[in-house]
Design a protein around this ligand. Sequence first.
Ligand code: ATP
Ligand code: MG
Length: 266
Amino acid sequence: MNPSASVTSPRQGSAAVGVSVEGLSKDFSGFPVLRGISLTVNPGEIFVLMGPSGSGKSVLLKHVVGLERPSAGRVLVDGHDAADPATRGRVRMALVFQAGALFNSMTVYDNLALYPREHRLGTEAAIRDKVMRSLQMLSLENAAGKVPAELSGGMRKRVAIARALVMEPQLMLYDEPTSELDPVMSATISEVIATLREQYHVTSIVVSHDRDLALGIADRVGILMGGRLVSLGPPADLRAPSDPRVADFLNPSIDLRNPRFRRLAG
Ligand SMILES: Nc1ncnc2c1ncn2[C@@H]1O[C@H](COP(=O)(O)OP(=O)(O)OP(=O)(O)O)[C@@H](O)[C@H]1O
Ligand SMILES: [Mg+2]
């Protein structure tokens, strides 16, 4: 493991990009999922987004990469409307999906090489160099010849991150990058995210339930609840949240006298 190794050499002239979410609302079949979210992610910032299951975190990420269109409001990436397909040609961004989204019929190596081959980003030898360095950064050198079905869930997650790194992104979005990972590997992912910022000024938006990750690497943490941004501030705020809903979310208490448990027992 060597997270400080040079993974990719960002192309000349690549600059950190910012994201601006302006009054973003999203309904699915009339059901409101995001309700007027406004926030700015600064160039080179590591922004961690937390919130209960179903609060709209993944839907928000999909708006940033243009996979969903707002019902109201807009998202700007480096000043360009994220809903405009041309934006993906202007800004190199990669979303690491919650479930990985790897091609099951291809080896890990070919999954990583697919994007640079399709976009003719160098000779096969240069692509090999990029792919192997990305794999190395995530301790996956020995997995290059395997297909995803032969890997553990945590390894597939790391492959998905390695595949995104090969794209030399200016903006990285991670959906639960440390779920399914043991504590050592979770710390490695945090180091990778921090290294990408230190060395290449990559802007990162990280959806995570992992408090250690948030406290360790975030510049700011936003908390979504019921489609609203209920908290936004430095990670130190999480140690003593003033909003009782946020405190309950971060430090849930289990009450075995809760009628739900009695029903199970009875
Ligand atoms: N394409 C879709 N069509 C209809 N409803 C959707 C769609 N995508 C998401 N939703 C709904 O939007 C809500 C928020 O979903 P989202 O996936 O953003 O939650 P999340 O905060 O990422 O939760 P988790 O922590 O469990 O991943 C959920 O009620 C979900 O059912
Ligand atoms: Mg999600």
